[in-house]
Design a protein around this ligand. Structure first.
Ligand code: MSP
Length: 497
């Protein structure tokens, strides 16, 4: 029985539009982390899905001349397909139009009414449909939302959530749990927002109908963010699930406020423990330009994967930029990154060592002799890889964690330069066997680590090393290569772009 659990989520995506690289990026990160924890023997639950209610989706459905339910069925399918085709290992795909979710949100609503946190009044103010967010007059910049989105004035009866009441409790939460908001650099903007004073939040709308009805007052639909955030609980069957509290919500920087102010306030009001942490990543630009539909420069992650290979796109997105920072996509940087770190480094290493073993060691793992200091150094670096990666992944340094695999590949290539095994063939076969054994072990560990990020290539590499079952990290020490076991046939992997 696994006794360590890990619950990780992505945002649920609005179905007003087709999936793009921003969506693929968050899921890529969550998938890498989820796989890494599974390989470390955690009981992992990885949740993703679609956010299907609200005015924005209703508008998009109208534009497509479809009933919102048919429309959301169709677009939600595209997000499901994205997850499948990019090999994202989600455990559950939630849709907010699921009956179970709708019921759960209504139960929560009733709880919040009972606790005195929801009351009826009237909302007069600005609203942005694109952001699905309310803005105070003071937040507007040149008549627009601070995000640049259009706003409209609305006046309608509305239920309010007593957000103001939770200001001190929120500040206390940020102080007591320094990892609640990550990265550190984003914490200040949230703390100063809350310090600036919180107004009660409008949590129902009456001017459209596409949403979950307010129990007992069906003219109102529940505000889409109150509906959406509770997906993280409805998906696991509520707060008594073994997976709650959530270990990490991965979100984009634009929706950090919803996750670190509104969400914990809703939870505290409902008497539910808050999640352990929220990590906000940055935004991608395309060849230096902001990505937007109107500029026509959105990047379709499935097309990208069809062209370059799923594993390469998965690797590139996480390796290219420090998790938490903004970054830029360009074809040339994808090609350069993959060629130098995967093809020329690891692919080349695997090909050389495995084909040499096939041709000169009877296609079997040779018997190593005595390990010299230089052998020991390389082996130790390999055996310590996962421990070092774990430290970086726990602090969400995903790019650096991948960099450690590359470094090990470099180390092995340097080792080859000073231990030319093809020369030992003539006069020192004992040494040749030892060097090959060391290199095969290093490849085994690289292959095991790569299962979290490039699962297809990792599997191909492990198969060539005679390892058929997907090995857990614990097997690194428990299941070293056994002399005499079969290697090959050598098939090139990590081909150059
Ligand atoms: N439905 C809400 C989330 C509800 S979670 C309870 C939502 N959906 S969204 O579809 O608009 O955006 C989802 C995510 O995509 C956000 O985390 C956002 O940061 C991310 N991205 C959108 N464009 C992006 C880039 N260009 N680059 C990286 N991520 C981007 O918000």
């Amino acid at each position: 029985m696994k006794n360590k659990k890990f619950f990780i989520t992505t945002p649920i995506y609005y179905v007003n539009d087709a999936p793009h690289i921003g969506h693929a990026y968050t899921n890529d990160a969550a998938d890498f982390i989820a796989r890494f924890y599974r390989l470390s023997d955690y009981d992992v639950f990885f949740l993703t899905g679609t956010d299907e209610h609200g005015q924005k989706v209703e508008k998009a459905a109208k534009k497509a001349n479809m009933h919102p339910q048919d429309f959301t069925n169709q677009v939600s399918e595209a997000f499901l397909k994205l997850n499948q085709s990019m090999n994202f290992s989600y455990d559950h795909f939630i849709r907010t139009t699921d009956q179970k979710h709708k019921q759960y949100v209504q139960e929560i609503w009733e709880r919040l009414v009972k606790s005195g946190d929801i009351y009826l009044s009237k909302y007069c103010g600005w609203y942005s449909v694109r952001d699905e967010a309310f803005y105070a007059e003071s937040e507007l910049v040149d008549g627009k939302a601070p995000t640049g989105a259009d706003v409209e004035w609305i006046e309608e009866p509305s239920y309010f959530f007593k957000l103001s009441k939770w200001q001190d409790k929120l500040l206390q939460l940020y102080q007591e749990y320094p990892d609640f908001i990550m990265p550190e650099s984003r914490k200040n903007e949230i703390v100063s927002f809350v310090n600036g004073g919180l107004q009660d939040l409008s949590v129902s709308r009456t001017s459209f109908t596409w949403g979950i009805k307010v129990p007992g007052d069906e003219k109102h639909v529940i505000y889409v963010w109150l509906d959406a955030l509770f997906n993280y609980l409805s998906a696991i069957g509520g707060e008594h699930s073994k997976y709650w509290p959530c270990d990490i919500h991965i979100v984009g920087k634009d929706i950090l406020r919803f996750h670190t102010v509104y969400w914990p306030a809703f939870l505290m009001a409902a008497g539910i423990p808050v999640p352990k942490g929220v990590f906000a990543h940055g935004w991608w630009t395309n060849e230096g330009q902001k990505i937007s539909k109107s500029l026509g420069n959105t990047i379709d992650p499935i097309k990208l994967s069809d062209e370059f290979g799923v594993d390469y796109v998965r690797y590139f997105m996480l390796r290219e930029i420090t998790f938490g920072n903004d970054g830029n996509y360009s074809r040339s940087s994808l090609i350069a990154r993959v060629n130098s770190e995967l093809a020329n480094n690891i692919g080349n290493l695997a090909q050389r060592v495995i084909s040499f073993t096939c041709n000169n060691c009877n296609a079997t793992v040779p018997n190593p002799g005595f390990f010299s200091e230089i052998d020991g150094n390389l082996l130790n670096a390999a055996y310590n890889l996962i421990e070092k990666m774990t430290i970086l992944i726990k602090s969400y340094n995903l790019s650096e964690a991948l960099g450690l695999i590359v470094r090990l590949g470099n180390h092995a290539n340097e080792y080859i330069s000073s231990n030319p095994f093809w020369e030992y063939k003539r006069n020192n076969t004992d040494r040749m066997y030892t060097v090959i054994y060391v290199l095969l072990e290093v490849l085994r560990i690289i292959g095991i680590a790569l299962q979290a990020i490039t699962p297809n290539y990792a599997k191909a590499m492990l198969t060539q090393l005679g390892i058929e079952q997907a090995p857990q990290f614990s097997s690194i020490i428990d299941a070293k290569l056994i002399p005499g076991s079969c290697i090959g046939p050598a098939v090139p992997i990590f081909n150059k772009l």
